[in-house]
Write a protein that binds this ligand. Sequence first.
Ligand SMILES: *Cc1c(COP(=O)(O)O)cnc(C)c1O
Length: 379
Amino acid sequence: MSDWTDVIQAATTHDPLSGAVNTPIQLSSTFNQPDFDHFGRFDYARSGNPTRESGEQAVAKLEHGKYGYLFSTGMAAISSVLFTLSAGDHIVVSKHVYGGTFRVLSDVLPRWGITHDFVDFTDLDAIESAIRPETKALYIETPSNPVLNITDIRSVVALAKSHGLITIADNTFLSPFLQKPLDLGVDIVVHSATKFLSGHSDILAGVVVTNSRDLAEKIYFMQNAVGATLGVFDTWLLLRGIKTLGVRMTQSSQSAQKIANYLSTHDKVERVLYPGLASHPGHIIHANQSKSGGAVLSFDVGSEAHAKTVVEALKIPVFSVSLGAVETIISYPPKMSHAELNADELRDTGITPGLLRFSVGLEDADDLIADLTQALALI
Ligand SMILES: *Cc1c(COP(=O)(O)O)cnc(C)c1O
């Protein structure tokens, strides 16, 4: 069935008791057992509950996976996956990884003897050289945040398989509506569902999906052990957000393409990073693994002072961290999402002083272009 139909069907689990069209919010931390010798499907809500289970089945279906897990935040999801590693294990990670993931890898896991190397994932030879006997996984984020670098998912998967490693992909930036890493051979998909999946800047949520029973068991064990599970209200809001995923992703990425085209001809803009542009070095690879350029682009206005002028002059976008919502969000990565990185790390990952990230919402693209025009005229 088409993704459009999947989105609606996956997010609409009818209540078998009442026939209610929407998933009931089951506010119960514990479940009465039918008799002394036979226990029911649920016992304690951290281990599983019907509302979260509906949400978990929905995200699994959307990613073409068998097993889905919902966490309280994207970082809880990502950390719980990384916690399945053990002391002595090593992981090779895209150096253009989300700031919070960078922090867990750099400041938490090494204390437990889990080490990593950050590598440019556009360079397969560099990835291969970083693989050691103790390496267990390759960690992909494509398009990456905030420089929109593209990793060739199929090639990284092939490399991983040839070394007996698993692959983990953060699919936050495109959502399963635009890209399905499991279909390309990835073993584990993670998401900040705070972004496009929920889509309304209202909740924090995280997702893990896999097709492997073995990996699913490890992830479920960690979800239940650590306990960073998604609550039932937030699960309900996530399901509600997912119902419009198709229309939101389609509309926002069309607008993003239009805005990227416009900015790439603007003389005050030094570069536009958007995989939907033919000038993007990863354009062809991206087109072979996803449906469109997505709703996020970054552009460089030359300096921090120019970035400040543009941000202060823009009237429509929200100036904040986060992305993937109905409202357009502009952010300044060097001081926001990537404040963890020092000056060398910022330069090394291409986060230049004039870089602004633009997550396109559902406003009229022409209104956003007019707003950008008046703001850019001030620099
Ligand atoms: C926001 C984000 C995360 C972290 O998710 P939270 O829900 O904020 O914990 C991870 N990866 C990417 C790509 C993100 O944008």
